[in-house]
Write a protein that binds this ligand. Sequence first.
Ligand SMILES: [Zn+2]
Ligand SMILES: [Zn+2]
Length: 66
Amino acid sequence: MTQNQDDKYRCEECGATFDSQVEWEQHNRKVHSRYTCENCQEHFDKEDEFEAHNFKMHPELQKYPR
Ligand SMILES: [Zn+2]
Ligand SMILES: [Zn+2]
């Protein structure tokens, strides 16, 4: 395995590379319909999973109606 010296973001699904994390996230969302947690960089295939993760791991981000 060769080490990529470029500090690029690589899509694990199709191998496409991106200069910025934003582009990488947009690609994931657009092409692979994925959701990425901006807080811990985990990604999720379904919106349900992503929301459940946010709810569980980052409760401070949730807005609870009182
Ligand atoms: Zn891809
Ligand atoms: Zn997270």
